[in-house]
Ligand binder design. Structure first.
Ligand code: FAD
Length: 463
């Protein structure tokens, strides 16, 4: 006997799950959403938003230090700044609270019932939810699995004590004197850079030869330069052997071993889908490696069971989860929908930021496409000069035969906001000529997109 019945049960109230539930509610579907933690998931509570808040605070602090040192050409001078990280974290928590409170209100407005508890499948239509008031059985016509992901732990460096994941790093109450970051992916570098700006002495250990191994070196070079300027000690092609008193032991490619002294060790070596504790054995769903396999409608191998977000694979990004969540709600609501997006933008909020949308030149070539790549540097962009950061560029990748935009990449300060123009152009099937024929406000960084397209057509104006 079920304690509760509904048309749709969403497991997990992260960006995938809560968007799915809100859209389902808007469509009039009787919807229940369950989460064992606060609504908002990883993204709002311990991911995207908290990290961007700390990055912003660290940027402000770093700027104040430049002013205090009399090192700014702007003629601004202030006294020596101090950081009260507990206060910064409290401010960040306030933003998280506002956003998660907003999500709660939106769910309510959409008529969605919210349950606090841990869900586990009993069969494809029945889920047991362990709540503070006892176990409840929910019977649902459709179930959306949106259980997200969790940080990967290293066998040699288990979480606990001073070995922390991004979750703990985003709530530290004081700046550690020495921070070791294991893994130079975007999460490690975003947080590591923030702490370097807060004044920690940061060492980054990466097993691969490059930082941000998923991005090409042309894009990562300005980030690596800036890490150097900030005094971050980069140990590439180096692996961690294990914990040692006062730090961690590492081994370089040539076999040389040493101890990296650290007060905190932040391990950011990836994230794993949260599939273990939800009773997937009862369903015997087809998997794609550690992820749940889905089709272009986010259907799993079991009828009426859908999966969205990080639990379904890369790219593990909030906006992908949200787009899938919206689509699935509409499919369950009877609409004809399928995944037909041309691109999913990805942003590293490093310093400077990196944006990639669509195909890189290498990815296009790997697909056997004949492409051209053209770029425009920010050092020739007036706006970049006026904000004192002209390292970086916009690069466009176009089809050689008809100039259709297949990809846009950029590295530079504030380029995350350009991702909208890049994605829209690709989604609308724009050609370099369309971007070239658009008027871009002056002076803005977006003019570099215009110029990169003009360069692709062979006639850039400002270089
Ligand atoms: P999640 O957000 O992980 O939510 C899953 C929810 O399911 C959780 O609330 C969890 O409590 C709940 N749950 C799990 N199992 C159960 C169960 N059995 N019963 C009940 N509830 C359960 N992405 C970006 O796009 N941009 C960024 O800038 C960005 N920055 C990030 C920074 C950090 C430090 C981290 C860690 C991640 C970042 N991400 C970013 C990734 C982003 O957070 C995830 O891609 C996104 O949250 C995935 O959404 P989701 O809905 O799939 O899952």
């Amino acid at each position: 006997m079920a304690d509760l019945a509904c048309k749709l049960l969403v497991i997990g109230a992260g960006p995938g799950g809560y968007v799915s539930a809100i859209r389902a509610g808007q469509l009039g579907l009787d919807t229940v959403i369950v989460d064992e933690a606060a609504v908002g998931g990883t993204c709002l509570n311990v991911g995207c938003i908290p990290s961007k808040a700390l990055i912003h605070a660290s940027d402000e602090f770093a700027m104040a230090k430049v002013f205090a040192a009399g090192a700014s050409p702007l003629g601004i001078r202030v006294g020596a700044p101090e950081i009260d990280l507990a206060k910064t974290v409290a401010w960040k928590d306030g933003i998280v609270k506002r956003l998660t409170g907003g999500v709660g209100a939106l769910l309510k407005k959409a008529g969605v019932r919210v349950m606090a508890g841990t869900a586990r499948f009993l069969d494809g239509k029945t889920v047991l939810v362990r709540t503070a008031e006892g176990d409840k059985r929910v019977r649902a016509e459709n179930v959306v699995i949106a259980t997200g992901s969790a940080p990967v732990e290293l066998e040699t460096l288990k979480f606990g004590g001073d070995v922390i994941s991004s979750t703990e790093a985003l709530s530290l109450q004081a700046v550690p004197e020495r921070l070791a970051v294991v893994g130079a992916g975007y999460i490690g570098l975003e947080i590591g850079t923030a702490f370097a700006k807060f004044g920690a002495s940061v060492t980054v250990i990466e097993a691969q030869k490059h930082i941000l191994p998923l991005f090409d070196e042309e894009l990562t070079r300005p980030v690596q330069r800036r890490l150097g300027d900030l005094g971050v000690d980069l140990r590439l092609a180096t692996r961690v052997l294990g914990r040692e008193p006062g730090g961690i032991s590492v081994e370089a490619q040539d076999g040389a071993r040493e101890t990296v002294v650290a007060d905190k060790v932040l391990v950011t070596v990836g994230r794993r889908p949260r599939t273990r504790a939800i009773g997937l054995d009862e369903l015997d769903l087809t998997m794609a490696g550690p992820f749940i396999e889905i089709d272009d409608k986010c259907r799993t191998s079991m009828r009426g069971v859908y999966a969205i977000g990080d639990v379904t694979g890369e790219p593990m990004l909030a906006h992908r989860a949200m787009a899938q969540g919206e689509m699935v709600a509409e499919i369950i609501g009877g609409q004809k929908r399928a995944w037909d997006r041309a691109c999913i933008p990805a942003v590293c909020f490093t310093d400077p930021e990196i944006v990639t949308v669509g195909l890189t030149p290498a990815a296009a070539k790997a697909k056997g496409l004949e492409v051209k790549a053209a770029s425009f540097p920010f050092r020739a962009n007036g706006r970049a000069m006026t904000i004192e950061r002209d390292d970086g560029f916009v690069r466009v990748v176009t089809r050689a035969d008809n100039n259709a935009l297949l990809g846009v990449q950029s590295v530079g300060v504030g380029v995350s906001e350009l991702s909208a123009a890049f994605a829209l152009s690709i989604e609308m099937g724009a050609r370099a000529e369309d971007v070239a024929a658009t008027i871009y406000a002056h002076p803005t960084l977006s003019e570099a997109f215009h110029e990169a397209c003009l360069a692709a057509l062979g006639h850039p104006l400002h270089i």
